[in-house]
Design a protein around this ligand. Structure first.
Ligand SMILES: [Ca+2]
Length: 523
């Protein structure tokens, strides 16, 4: 459910938009006369529209359609069909964000995802591209769960079925439009969309050949239940909440304490696991005037950075929720605290508040401030079994030949990378480490948050690596993350993109801006 809602605005400027715009003269008439009688899974076309080429995207035939799966859940979706000569013969499903309810290719979300894929938008739309609202329309983009109350069909569609049904319709559309099915099928999503990718591998393991999951909302019911004590503390009294100046002071103090734990003082905490900074030194003394921290504020940081253990058992027997990594920039902290105390507009509060009200208690007057997760343990378990993607059995996905790459920022303060790491370890326990590495890799870029932006190197080429794995049987190796200048887009430094269990450590010699001067080092 969680979203990459806030990715927009973190994009570096579009790279050279000088791509030649070529019209085929044949796509428009083919598109305008396209009226397939049947595209499967009960899907009905609503509009078919030719879209001419632009500097950003090639010409396409844009099909909108819907699947009425019940009177209370209509799955709206869109498919962008490139010209037959321009089609790369493959399919790309783009996942949703937040609690879904909007079509990612109709809003900015697709741009964020393509940026994360590390390819040009023109290349992305050489695929047959699809996306869906998952079976409901949101009243508030990303943050609306009111639709979920007493609507099990919409929840089931959102959980796992909408993408599966739409994928089937997309394959049929390809057959009708091109006379052949896609050769390879890819799923790319972030946050809730990452969850959708994992869900496909677990529940519909033959759907995709390649899954790229960013910051997946793998265990969102555990995230919510285990954050309740933290939210109750932070938003109880203003003395526990932190303003921008105090957060900035913490960020600077943590950086000063931990920057060099990775062997290089460069303004980036790459050793996110080794950092143990505690802000006791920022606590107020009787002589302090301002910018010091009250005991309640010091406790707020300690709670954020602690493993959580609310006694509620989720799917696959999981209890508790692990701490995030260190090293976030200031922006990430607003997900935790928001910009005002009274407004309680912190992303984490809003997300948990929606779940407490609409999927856990069904009481629109419920609040995280008075909620007792243990009292609702049965409902948390039911929602976890429906929505969470912690099933370690990926044997069918592996047998199908599927490959999956997961990328989770160490300093994601909405969803902990460590829960994703625990999941990957559980898969290894189930099928063996070597067997797992034949189809699953998990990378953790340091000092990068939920939007995969932050002080650390935050541009990746993970999608290229996935294509190489799926289409050329070349397993991911030597991947590099880049940091780009936000104004010019130029690369300012690179780091190895390290797998979970290791961080990029400076060798002590060599160019500190070059990934080759670093080695992925176990923590
Ligand atoms: Ca450093």
């Amino acid at each position: 459910m969680w979203g990459l809602a806030l990715v927009a605005g973190t994009c570096f400027p579009m790279q050279a938009a000088a791509t030649q715009v070529v019209a085929s003269n044949t796509l428009r008439p083919q598109c305008e006369s396209f009226a397939p009688s049947q595209i499967g899974n009960g899907a009905v076309l609503t509009t078919v529209r030719f879209e001419p080429a632009s500097p950003e995207r090639p010409e396409r035939c844009v099909v909108k359609a819907r699947i009425v799966s019940s009177p209370s859940s209509t799955i709206n979706f869109r498919v962008d069909l490139p010209a037959p000569a321009a089609w790369n013969s493959n399919l790309l499903m783009l996942g949703g964000g937040g609690f879904d309810g909007m079509i990612p290719t109709e809003i900015d979300l697709w741009r964020s995802l393509v940026r994360l894929m590390g390819i040009e938008t023109q290349e992305a739309f050489a695929f047959l591209v699809g996306s869906t609202d998952s079976g409901h329309e949101a009243r508030v983009p990303y943050f609306d769960l009111t639709w979920a109350a007493r609507n099990p069909t919409a929840l089931q569609n959102h959980a796992s079925e909408a993408n599966h049904l739409v994928l089937g319709a997309m394959v049929n559309l390809a057959r009708e439009f091109y006379g052949k099915e896609p050769i390879k099928r890819y799923m790319v999503g972030g946050s809730n969309g990452g969850r959708q990718g994992l869900m496909a591998a677990q529940r519909h393991p033959e759907d995709y050949d390649g899954v790229l999951a960013f910051v997946p909302a793998i265990s969102q019911n555990a995230t919510a239940a285990n954050q309740i004590p933290l939210l109750k503390h932070i938003f109880a009294v203003p003395e526990n909440w932190l303003d921008r100046g105090q957060l900035a002071r913490y960020v600077a103090a943590e950086l000063a304490a931990c920057d060099e734990l990775d062997g290089l003082k460069d303004g980036v905490i790459d050793n996110y696991r080794g950092c143990r900074y505690d802000p006791a030194d920022l606590a107020c003394l009787p002589s302090d005037a301002s910018a010091c921290l009250t005991p309640g504020q010091v406790e707020s940081f300690r709670l954020v950075m602690a493993d959580k253990r609310v006694n509620v058992t989720m799917a696959d027997g999981l209890i508790g929720y692990p701490a995030p990594g260190r090293g976030a920039g200031l922006a990430e902290w607003f997900f935790v605290f928001g910009s005002t105390f009274a407004g309680r507009e912190a992303t984490n509060f809003i997300l948990v508040d929606n779940m407490v009200k609409h999927t856990i208690t069904g009481d629109p007057n419920a609040s995280p401030m008075t909620h007792d997760p243990e009292r609702w343990a049965a409902q948390y378990l039911a929602m976890s079994e429906l929505l969470d993607t912690t099933n370690p059995d990926l044997a069918a996905f592996s047998r199908h030949g599927g490959k999956m790459i997961v990328v989770h920022g160490a300093a994601d303060y909405i969803l902990s990378y460590e829960r994703t790491g625990q999941y990957v370890r559980s898969v290894e326990t189930r099928v063996g480490r070597d067997a797992t590495r034949k189809f699953l890799r998990f990378f953790v870029p340091p000092a990068v948050g939920h939007t995969l932006a932050g002080p650390g190197a935050d541009s990746f080429t993970a999608f290229r690596a996935l294509e190489d794995w799926v289409e050329r049987d070349k397993s991911p190796a030597g991947l590099v993350a880049s940091k780009r200048d936000p104004k010019t887009g130029a690369v300012t430094f690179t780091r190895p993109l390290c797998e979970y269990g290791s961080y990029p450590r400076y060798s002590g010699t060599g160019d500190p801006n070059d990934a080759r001067s670093f080695a992925c080092t176990a923590y």
